[in-house]
Design a protein around this ligand. Structure first.
Ligand SMILES: [Zn+2]
Length: 176
């Protein structure tokens, strides 16, 4: 089968000129902050294409947290801002767990919370199961795969600049 990936346009990092290193400090050594040591950074067109594709996905795959079911794969923002994909193994509703003070009055409005518990990520064998709890009505971004991904790729092809579609033949077993 064919695996399709999107490759966003990059250029040699303008801060380190492609070495991946810059001035030394005790915390991070000589890693370049322009590229995090990757030696390249996205061009302006590449960054615009990333934002356009993200917005396209967000518009189609954002759902209320109470609509998430066990087995769904969702995107989770971790402490520090990195985004990971997690498989939901359980959902639990906790009544009145989120309180919000009404503006201009002393009344507190209570909202149910939804706790999503995620399957343990495979490489992190020693980590505990993680979970997130959010108020009913807040939103979650579902992970994109299969036919939905084909739709994203079709959209990316309509962007004139900053992204190329890369197709690669892979063995089916890799997707099992
Ligand atoms: Zn750099």
């Amino acid at each position: 089968m064919t695996k399709t990936t999107l490759i966003y346009e990059t250029q040699t990092c303008s801060r380190c000129l492609g070495s991946g290193h810059h001035s030394f400090n005790l915390r991070d050594g000589t890693i370049c902050y322009g590229c995090r040591g990757r030696k390249v950074q996205h061009t302006r067109a590449g960054t615009k294409a990333i934002e356009a594709v993200r917005a396209f996905i967000a518009a189609r795959h954002t759902v209320p947290v109470e609509a998430v079911l066990a087995g769904d794969r969702v995107r989770v923002t971790r402490l520090g801002g990195s985004i990971v994909t997690r498989t939901v193994v359980a959902t639990e509703r906790t009544p009145n767990s989120f309180g919000r003070r009404e503006s201009g009055s002393d009344e507190t409005v209570w909202t149910d919370g939804i706790t999503l518990t995620y399957a343990k990520p495979v490489p992190d064998q020693f980590g505990a199961y993680d979970s997130t709890t959010s108020p009913v009505g807040s939103t979650v971004l579902k992970s994109v795969s299969g036919a939905d991904w084909d739709e994203v790729v079709a959209y990316a092809r309509t962007l004139k600049k900053g992204v190329t579609v890369h197709e690669q033949e892979v063995a089916d077993a890799a997707h099992a």
